[in-house]
Ligand binder design. Structure first.
Ligand code: TYD
Length: 141
């Protein structure tokens, strides 16, 4: 399966009651990897585009735990898909070697990012040309 086909929306269990909402995300159960790293992005203006990278090793799940944003995923071969992240109990799974741009952040957006790897800048591909070159030289991605 090509990596672009692995991109999918995930729906998490909700345990709401009269006290409020509770959403459960367990590594290797609700998402397809062990969680090694958590970071979150907030305070990005509506006209900001973040991400703009592909990753050789890191898989991610992105969840807008508050507010909304969008993410466009590209395979470097001309295919792209845009997803709206607008529910706290939904996430998007991003496998390795897909390009992602996050944008359209609402003022109250808090984008929670779960990753399969610790941070290593060397596994980030930040040049779209380099990404295109790698995916077009390698049939498996
Ligand atoms: P960056 O990758 O540009 O964030 P985004 O993908 O949201 O656009 O990261 C911004 C800065 O933070 C950059 O200097 C690298 C650093 N950083 C870490 O040190 N550890 C991390 O886990 C992440 C995601 C970023």
């Amino acid at each position: 399966m090509h990596n672009m086909e692995k991109v999918r929306l995930l729906e998490f269990s909700q345990m709401g009651d009269e006290r409020g909402h509770l959403v459960i995300v367990e590594g290797n159960k609700d998402i397809p990897f062990d969680i090694a790293r958590v970071f979150y992005i907030y305070g990005s203006d509506a006209d900001v585009v973040r991400g703009k990278h592909a990753n050789k090793k890191s898989q991610f799940v992105l969840i807008n735990v508050a507010g909304t944003s969008k993410v466009t995923v590209k395979d470097g071969k001309g295919n792209e898909k845009t997803f709206s992240l607008d529910r706290p109990h939904m996430g998007i799974y991003l496998p390795t070697m897909v390009w992602k741009d996050m944008f359209d952040f609402s003022k109250d957006s808090v984008l929670l990012c779960l990753s399969s790897e610790h941070y290593d800048p060397n596994e980030y591909i930040r040049s779209y040309e380099e990404f295109e070159k790698i995916v077009n030289e390698n049939d498996n991605v």
